[in-house]
Design a protein. Structure first.
Length: 215
């Protein structure tokens, strides 16, 4: 596993950035990530479903240089090969991807592995599998993922806070108006995908969001 203390510190920083170019008001993922970094976000995930692999590879190479220079943790969604090729800090996988134990064999001990979870059973399995952090959600209804399950609600978030000793990011349908509810339930890190990438002024939006987080 990656350094537990360092990973825990990352997930105590309030916000987890995720790319979504189709909602980025015509801006590139690179431009959005640069703004996220300027706003002080410390962990950023590249999630891009539609582009060809070659295009993703080139984009991730450029983003890796940017995040490395800024000291920001860079996570690649789904593509283990891409994460390895660009020297990403971590990879985030879903329930239908390779088992975490097999991913660990491929990426080694130092790379961060995150796993999306949607139920107490999946959270317990993630803990047993030795992942470094989990995604908890979708908390509310979301439009950024086409194949996502039904919202799991704040109850599942409360379960994780009380029962799962792993860093986690709350995700799914979280907006500025309901972020404080998520934070009150014990989440110290949340992903607000469209709320951030779709903001005209990302730095200003991030500063506004931080005021609603209890960390």
């Amino acid at each position: 596993m990656a350094d537990k203390r360092q990973v825990q510190e990352l997930f105590n920083t309030g916000l987890y950035g995720i790319t979504a170019e189709e909602y980025s008001l015509g801006r590139s993922n690179y431009a959005v990530i640069k703004a996220m970094i300027n706003a002080g976000i410390k962990v950023i995930q590249y999630r891009e479903k539609e582009k060809k692999l070659r295009e993703k590879y080139q984009e991730c190479l450029d983003i890796r240089k940017l995040t490395q220079q800024a000291g920001v943790t860079f996570i690649v969604n789904d593509h283990i090969d891409l994460a390895l090729m660009v020297g990403a800090d971590g990879v985030h996988i879903g329930q239908d991807d390779l088992p975490p134990e097999k991913v660990r064999q491929l990426v080694g001990e130092k790379m961060i592995i995150g796993l999306s979870t949607h139920s107490p059973l999946q959270a317990q399995a993630a803990l047993a599998a030795g992942v470094d952090y989990i995604g908890v959600g979708p908390i509310f209804a979301t439009r950024t993922k086409k194949d996502v399950c039904q919202p799991v609600g704040l109850e599942y978030l409360e379960y994780v806070v009380k029962n799962i000793p792993l860093p986690f990011v709350a995700i799914g349908g979280i907006k500025e108006h309901n972020l404080s509810e998520v934070s009150k339930r014990g989440a110290q890190c949340a992903a607000l995908v469209t709320e951030i990438v779709g903001a005209k002024d990302i730095v200003e939006k991030v500063h506004s969001l931080r005021k609603r987080i209890n960390i």
